[in-house]
Design a protein around this ligand. Structure first.
Ligand code: SF4
Length: 315
């Protein structure tokens, strides 16, 4: 779908985020005229969805509302719908929600990241679970749909966290759920931490897509994390939920999840060989057995699996 960017950068500092390394923490804004001109141009290439692809669309609320008013003033046919990524706390703003509805935003990609308060703290997120619940009510009240985005595999997460997260998504009746596996993206704080702790075992760059488990989590093995995410997708994207009454965006997102299903199982089988001897009976990582960073080289070279310097190429 066509993409319009109204700003770049994000002033926050979430520990797993690579956006702030790529786009920086100083926000840069385009003029309202330039943004609306791009929207008009985008309508030449679609009859339906247009994505507002800012790193953080609501980092300046006054400006976000100004853009939405400009969008409304364009009086585009209602066939054109918009979507964007948005922070949890922003959904509490009734005026913003009303403007988004009027501008014909349909799907909000909400960065919940976790329902585990300890994980949110670990990653430097400022919202609480209460705000998460409130945001779901707000979206419902204003007739907006949510794609609930979660990241799992933090040091405070275990398999139960993933089951609880899926329960929450099902009970909240969100339009879609995307569960990402925590991935140490080079340049992020999480990367520096797990690299220093010798926890990265896969530097095959194709697997750094947030759907592959590439480092040793603390409270579940990589294969168990992989299977738990596969099961979460299976539980959320049932045939009934995808094709039943008001499926919303579940057909598209569910089809994607089902396409990943088979290779996730195959990948988990390979992970079982890699993780042997690294976890105790409770599924906790035995840190003493990790290779020290000195023994494995200064920093990994990313590339195809045969260049993996940390473990014998498992993949
Ligand atoms: S995760 Fe989102 S809010 Fe956090 S630093 Fe990255 S872009 Fe900003």
């Amino acid at each position: 779908m066509p993409v319009v960017s109204t700003s770049r950068g994000c002033p926050h500092a979430c520990r797993y985020c690579a956006v702030i390394r790529i786009a920086g923490r100083t926000p840069r804004y385009r003029t309202l005229d330039a943004c609306l001109r791009d929207v008009r141009e985008a309508t030449r290439y679609t009859r339906k969805d247009i994505a507002i692809a800012d790193d953080n669309f609501v980092m300046n609320m006054r400006r976000a509302k100004e853009f939405l008013r400009g969008l409304i003033a364009l009086k585009l046919p209602r066939d054109y719908t918009f979507m964007t990524q948005i922070k949890v706390g922003a959904l509490a703003d009734d005026e913003l929600m009303e403007l988004m509805k009027e501008a014909n935003f349909e799907l909000l990609h909400v960065a919940y990241e976790s329902i585990n308060q300890a994980t949110l703290q670990e990653w430097g997120k400022s919202h609480s679970f209460e705000e998460t619940e409130h945001s779901v009510r707000q979206a419902r009240k204003h007739g907006l749909r949510i794609n609930a985005m979660f990241v799992v595999g933090g040091d405070a997460d275990n398999e139960q966290t993933i089951r609880d997260t899926t329960d929450f998504a099902i009970q909240s009746e969100v339009a879609a759920m995307q569960m990402w596996i925590l991935t140490p993206l080079p340049g992020s704080d999480v990367y520096n931490q797990v690299l220093a702790e010798g926890r990265i075992f896969n530097t095959c760059w194709q697997h750094y897509d947030c759907q592959h488990s590439v480092f040793f989590p603390k409270r579940m093995s990589p294969s168990r994390l992989q299977i738990a995410v596969r099961n979460a997708n299976r539980r959320f994207y049932t045939v009934k939920r995808m094709f039943g009454r008001s499926p919303g965006n579940r057909i598209t997102y569910g089809a994607n999840a089902w396409m990943m299903d088979r290779w996730m199982k195959r990948y988990a089988e390979k992970l079982r060989r890699v993780e042997q001897g690294f976890y105790d009976d409770n599924g906790h990582l035995i840190s003493d057995r990790l290779p020290s960073r000195q023994a494995t080289g200064a920093s990994p070279r990313f590339g195809p699996s045969e260049q993996n310097p940390i473990a014998p190429p498992p993949f």
